[in-house]
Write a new protein. Structure first.
Length: 94
């Protein structure tokens, strides 16, 4: 398989992956789950919490990780690329 074929396969994989995320998290149940996760993991708060001059760096790292996962899901679920509108849900094995 040449590089062009590999890139084409990789592109199809990501388009299909985005489509699945959008279908799952774009539904009313999916939006409910995202809202619940955002509340549970406080993704709308700053990573650095605590009094001035005293904070836990491990807690800040944990909060930042929560935000990163949440942002990744939102990025894939909210993509409005027209290619993703097609109804093919099969992921290509990488």
């Amino acid at each position: 398989m040449n590089i062009k074929d590999k890139l084409g396969k990789l592109e199809r994989y990501f388009v299909q992956k985005k489509r699945v995320y959008r279908r799952v998290f774009g539904s009313s149940d999916g939006r409910y789950v995202l809202k619940d996760l955002a509340k549970k993991f406080e993704v709308n708060l700053p990573a650095f919490q605590g009094s001035r001059g005293a904070f836990d760096p491990l807690d800040a790292m944990r909060r930042d990780a929560y935000k990163e996962v949440f942002a990744y899901i939102e990025l894939l679920a909210n993509n409005t690329n027209k290619e993703i509108e097609e109804d093919d849900t099969t992921l290509i094995d990488g």
